[in-house]
Ligand binder design. Structure first.
Ligand code: C5P
Length: 235
């Protein structure tokens, strides 16, 4: 059971010391960790390697979006850091995603490659502003289909959309869902939240969880509680 790590702890910190302070309290057999643009820009690849050497699976959340050759090289470099998962923007197009997927095939520890469809900070109006007139959910679905066609492993999505995407794409497509809040925990600035158990029931493969663990009085206890909720949800 311990290998069944559904939880990805979001390390939303500015510096290595703060992130390490949290990570040192967590059991790497119960979770993986997510390093995003802020932490990566301030701490660099060495810090990612430090996390992998401490036995944490790392989701490098840098959302690459550029010409195919550049994204392919960036994905190859990320893969050589030994990360477990990395991501690109699906709106970079089929050719870009295929190049990214191709680039990581022959790296030492081939990571999972997933795509961001439409950022949840965007709405229909902001989509229209960048020239996309398609209805937002249809656009999400179209980009998820393109992701699948490119041979990627899955997408980031809301746990509220997971059920629809699971039905559409089947069991092998990886759904990574943020916006998770255990019952009776502060929602912070997330508005459409789902509990860990419900997210898994909806078809989520992995749960990205930040503040319910990072801001908890006892982060390891909070992690254990969510881990146990995930185990019970599956039995
Ligand atoms: O603290 P919290 O659990 O809200 O953190 C969620 C993490 O997931 C943050 O790193 C946030 O940037 C990320 N995220 C999100 N919603 C998305 C995509 C990523 O909350 N749609």
């Amino acid at each position: 059971m311990k290998n069944d790590q559904k939880i990805i702890v979001a390390l939303d910190y500015q510096d290595a010391a703060s992130a390490l302070n949290l990570v040192n309290q967590l059991d790497p057999s119960l979770c993986r960790v997510k390093v995003g643009k802020e932490l990566f820009t301030s701490t660099g690849p060495k810090f990612v390697e430090q996390l992998t050497h401490a036995n944490f699976g790392v989701f490098l959340d840098l959302k690459f979006h550029d010409i195919p050759n550049t994204v392919a090289k960036a994905c190859s470099a990320a893969s050589n850091l030994g990360v477990w998962m990395l991501n690109v923007h699906a709106s970079g197009g089929l050719e870009m995603m295929q190049a990214a997927q191709q680039a990581i095939q022959n790296t030492n520890s081939k990571p999972l490659l997933i795509a961001v469809t439409v950022l949840t900070s965007m709405n229909q109006h902001s989509l229209n502003q960048i020239g996309i007139q398609t209805e937002l959910t249809t656009h999400v679905l179209n980009l998820a289909k393109l992701t699948k066609l490119a041979g990627l492993d899955g997408v980031v999505c809301s746990a509220l959309e997971a059920n629809m995407l699971r039905l559409q794409f089947g069991d092998d497509f990886c759904l990574v869902t943020p916006g998770i809040r255990p019952a009776n925990v502060n929602q912070d600035d997330q508005s459409r939240v789902v509990t860990p158990a419900d997210a898994l029931k909806n078809g989520s493969s992995y749960l990205v969880i930040g503040r319910p663990i990072t801001q908890a009085e006892n982060p390891q206890k909070a992690l254990e509680a969510i881990y146990n909720e995930c185990i019970s949800a599956k039995t």
